[in-house]
Design a protein around this ligand. Structure first.
Ligand code: GLC
Length: 613
């Protein structure tokens, strides 16, 4: 890259250079007197922002609006291009993938950011969507669909606080969560990222924002939250991920907007734009919904970030053009997640400003929003990892909280003859199913890798391990994934079945939503032994089970519980009476999709349904 001649504005050259030389040499930390107003934490944030902005070149301002992926940028790049933000895409981790490894990586990038003339700290974003899920050994909480089933906003706030501690312990200061999508079609691959199919449940769960950020930004574990994906991501036709939401404005506002209003009332610091379209217009270029509605009518004062290469989709062709950059920025996007082509983005935006297509006032507005959050987070005073928090990653207290969340998320849908709860003592239990002893399957997508994966992918307790720990010494538990070996001597059989991990569009189900053949075969094997069969469904959404349900003695919707599978056993063996309520209507047939509360269709189980004892 050729070094660009920078135009300084508003200060005589000699004074500016002198000030800068002093700053660069003695960029003060909290331990030394502040050399310049923006470095003085005793001044109001707005004053600090104004002072800093007045010192910034166009390139420095464009750098603040650029977010690159960690794998596509070196420390030197960060310094040279004045980049304002780094992200880890799903599963993008340092080696070793440990909490300390993450903290060391973060601090390395931050040192590079502070080596710039104005020493503006970078902000690092990750998808900690059900715990700090990229980090090996972190606590993995139930995905949002299970948290919606708890109907417990206070619990979700505690989870936000716990996630903030683990995220802060690795240096990271920005979480692309919570997803406040209102999932209207269970075919959608991101249904499990939704707290519920009606806006009241996601709105109530914006307590996660307060848990993550604190009552105000800047506390020792304060992490910037992100309300996503604005707007209507869960309302696409056919549940097509990144598809088109065909709704009147009144219905768009009624169904999809309330959770964002609730998050803004909780001072959410950022909003991420949806890949989807509204009536054929891509959200990433929608000035009415971003500028007029979000920033104007709703008064959102944080900053707006694009989704991963989201601006590329505005014109429907691959890659981004100058016109798309201009459309996105002028629509109100303040920071662009441009994971790899960030150099092209920087040069394109610079040219679009210099040719007048993007006003400098828009660039300044975006910078004010971004810098305000960086100041409020305390990044200028405390730019590096607080290592005292690193041991919280995966600690016992967080796992206990996750186990409680698993308990409260279980929804009991059938319990013929009161077969549940099972006796802990003097019992003989057979356990089967592909999801019985599989941390990866019970955690789902966004776990260690973007798509998640089956297997023993991170420390935790499988459902089977939870069952073994729940029974007393006079009971036996036998496990065989396919059910081989069961006979009439067993008192009950538990089949833990459902889905294997997926994320985003790769989880869209356009055909059958039934159990797969292996699961059906396993359950059939258990039934033939003539013992009561309890089905535990570990899935990211309701499945089409009406035809098989009469043959099951009990059905427990377990959703995607995460690492603390013992919480499922707590319900099965009576340690916790089930309190979960369906966050989504449960179809009677896949032909009913989309099926939602109040749409006049007759479901197998309505939203809000859940048994107890
Ligand atoms: C993904 C998702 C978004 C996530 C972002 C960064 O494609 O749509 O939810 O925050 O990219 O990983």
């Amino acid at each position: 890259m050729t070094r660009h001649h920078r135009r300084r504005v508003r200060r005589p050259l000699s004074l500016a250079l002198l000030l800068l030389a002093v700053t660069a040499l003695v960029a003060p930390t909290s331990a030394t007197a502040a050399a310049l107003p923006y470095q003085d934490p005793t001044l109001p944030v707005a004053t600090r922002v104004a002072d800093l902005l007045s010192r910034m070149t166009l390139d420095e301002k464009i750098g603040q609006m650029t977010q690159a992926e960690r794998g596509s940028v070196t420390n030197a790049d960060l310094t040279t291009y004045r980049l304002g933000s780094i992200l880890s895409g799903g599963g993008s981790a340092p080696s070793p993938n440990t909490a300390t490894g993450w903290a060391d990586m973060y601090d390395g990038f931050q040192r590079a950011a502070l080596a710039t003339p104005l020493a503006i700290p970078m902000i690092y974003g990750v998808d900690a969507v059900h715990g700090h899920n990229n980090v090996y050994g972190a606590t993995i909480f139930p995905h949002n669909i299970g948290l919606g089933a708890t109907r417990d906003p206070a619990l979700v706030q505690q989870i936000g606080q716990a996630v903030a501690e683990e995220v802060s312990g690795t240096g990271i200061d920005w979480d692309f969560a919570p997803c406040l999508c209102v999932a209207r079609n269970d075919r959608w691959g991101r249904t499990y990222e939704s707290f519920g199919e009606t806006p009241d449940i996601p709105s109530s769960m914006t307590t996660f924002v307060t848990g993550l950020q604190g009552a105000t930004l800047g506390g020792p574990t304060s992490v910037l939250a992100t309300a996503k994906h604005y707007l209507g991501d869960g309302g696409t036709t056919g549940g097509d991920d990144q598809g088109d939401t065909a709704l009147s404005e009144a219905d768009l506002r009624a169904i999809h907007l309330p959770p964002f209003q609730a998050a803004i009332q909780r001072s959410v610091g950022s909003v991420m734009i949806s890949y989807s379209s509204w009536n054929g217009v891509k959200l990433h270029g929608n000035a009415y919904l971003i500028n007029t509605l979000l920033k104007g009518e709703l008064g959102f004062t944080g900053f707006v970030v694009s989704d991963w290469n989201g601006i590329d989709q505005i014109d429907g062709a691959s890659g981004f053009t100058a016109a798309e950059v201009t459309a996105a920025i002028n629509a109100g996007i303040d920071m662009v997640m441009v994971p790899t082509a960030w150099k092209t983005f920087v040069s394109t935006l610079r040219a679009e400003v210099q040719n007048g297509h993007v006003a400098l006032s828009r660039i300044d507005d975006a910078n004010r929003r971004i810098l305000t959050k960086k100041f409020e987070l305390g990044l200028f005073e405390r730019p590096y990892t607080d290592r005292s928090l690193t041991p919280t990653v995966g600690d016992a207290a967080h796992r206990a909280l996750a186990r409680q969340a698993v308990r409260e998320s279980q929804v009991l849908l059938k319990n013929s003859g009161g077969v549940l709860p099972l006796a802990r003592d003097n019992n003989k239990i057979f356990v089967a199913g592909k999801n019985a002893d599989n941390i990866g399957n019970q955690s789902g997508g966004w776990t260690i890798s973007w798509q998640g994966s089956s297997g023993n992918i991170t420390p935790g307790t499988s459902v089977l391990q939870g069952i073994r720990a729940a029974v007393g010494p006079t009971s036996t538990v036998t496990y065989n994934q396919r059910g081989t070996g069961i006979d009439a001597s067993y008192r009950a059989a538990i089949a833990v079945v459902g889905e294997t991990p997926y994320a985003e569009g790769q989880g869209d189900r356009t055909g059958s939503m039934s159990l797969d053949r292996d699961d059906l075969r396993t359950i059939s094997t258990l039934r033939k032994a003539g013992v009561p069969v309890i089905v535990v469904l570990a899935s990211g959404r309701p499945l089409d089970v009406a035809a098989e349900l009469p043959n099951w003695n009990a059905l427990l919707a377990s959703w995607l519980p995460g690492t603390e599978g013992a919480g499922v056993a707590d319900v099965l063996f009576g340690g916790y009476a089930p309190t979960g309520k369906l966050p989504m209507t449960w179809m009677n047939s896949v032909s009913q999709q989309p099926i939602n509360a109040g749409d006049g269709q007759v479901p197998l189980f309505p939203q809000g349904y859940g048994l107890t004892w």
